[in-house]
Design a protein around this ligand. Structure first.
Ligand code: ATP
Ligand code: MN
Ligand code: MN
Length: 301
């Protein structure tokens, strides 16, 4: 569905301006970026952000005293938040109201609550038990060059393509890249997890000098951890156009594969230059994703 189109019609139904308190408080002091600057950023990218995050269970990273003080992840609705929710069964325990955004007002309300990062599930709130987005989270250890990370992402793309899966790439605004493959119709999490794990292990098995598929930090030296653990019920990945709560105010940025070669680092796009990038783009680099119908292949033996 085209969220950009439908949004304008629905807006008058809700109170559509969120008052930003403490607008001058510095959130990224090293850049002189204030809470109002963060709010202005999210207003600016709203039509690009919403398609990747709306209608999904969501965790936010909140930094009430800026990025240089303590930040915390929040996944459940708490008192006073005038934000959409979805009631879901916990992985363990009972039902809980999870945060969700439906529209601009929800996003801005979360920004008012000092949310900087947006981390949706790879599932829609209507169908929380089924994965509609596989995420291969490439996590390079310190010794791995950016050129190697980019090469790895292309290799993941090529291997997925051999399995008839089209994929998309984004910078995370951190150190690595995410390679994302949509699944339509969505598949049960157990199948998604098994596939992602088998894929990661087969990659690491074939290229043990480049990849590792186990989470152990110790063994990762010089390698790229193919983090397949994003692919489970309740797991999240940062969404496209989310800011990162790290020095530099980098933005997780979706790219066209052809652009990847020119991108200088995972944090190349940030709060100051991302709006200029959008001004130059005719459409979102991931625009085609919504039109793709593709399924998981049978698992290799
Ligand atoms: P980088 O490129 O630096 O790895 P990243 O966003 O991929 O950036 P990861 O540490 O690999 O960071 O984490 C992948 C995803 O897992 C995050 O985007 C986030 O959604 C989720 N995640 C990681 N750590 C936590 C945490 N402590 N609590 C909740 N979710 C987390
Ligand atoms: Mn990562
Ligand atoms: Mn990771």
């Amino acid at each position: 569905a085209d969220l950009r189109g439908s949004q304008a019609k629905e807006e008058p139904m809700k109170k559509d301006t969120v008052q930003i308190s403490s607008p001058d408080r510095l959130v990224y002091p090293e850049m002189q970026v204030s809470k109002q600057d963060v709010a202005d950023y999210y207003e600016r990218v709203m039509d690009w952000l919403l398609p990747g995050v709306a209608g999904r269970p969501l965790s936010v990273l909140r930094c009430p005293d800026g990025t240089q003080k303590a930040c915390f992840f929040q996944k459940h609705h708490t008192a006073g938040m005038d934000v959409s929710t979805v009631s879901l069964q916990e992985e363990q325990g009972g039902r809980q109201d999870y945060l969700m955004v439906r529209d601009k007002t929800d996003v801005m309300q979360l920004v008012q609550f000092n949310s900087l990062e947006f981390h949706p599930w790879g599932a829609l709130a209507d169908s929380p038990d089924d994965c509609d987005r596989l995420v291969f989270d490439l996590d390079p250890s310190e010794q791995v060059s950016w050129a190697t990370v980019k090469k790895a992402a292309r290799q993941v793309r090529d291997l997925l393509e051999q399995l008839q899966l089209q994929s998309f790439v984004r910078t995370t605004g951190g150190k690595g890249l995410h390679v994302v493959a949509p699944l339509k119709p969505p598949v049960p999490w157990e199948d998604a997890r098994q596939f992602a794990r088998a894929f990661a292990e087969s990659l690491a098995g074939a290229h043990p000098d480049t990849y590792i598929a186990t989470a152990s930090k110790k063994q990762r030296k010089g390698l790229i951890f193919v983090d397949y653990l994003r692919n489970g019920r309740g797991a999240t990945s940062v969404c496209s156009y989310s800011l990162r709560a790290r020095p530099g105010a980098a933005v997780a940025t979706p790219l066209r594969w052809e652009e990847l070669g020119r991108v200088k680092s995972s944090d190349a796009f940030h709060i100051r230059n991302l709006p200029q990038r959008l001004a130059r783009l005719a459409s979102d680099p991931w625009e085609e994703m919504t039109a793709i119908r593709q399924s998981l292949p049978d698992l290799p033996e």
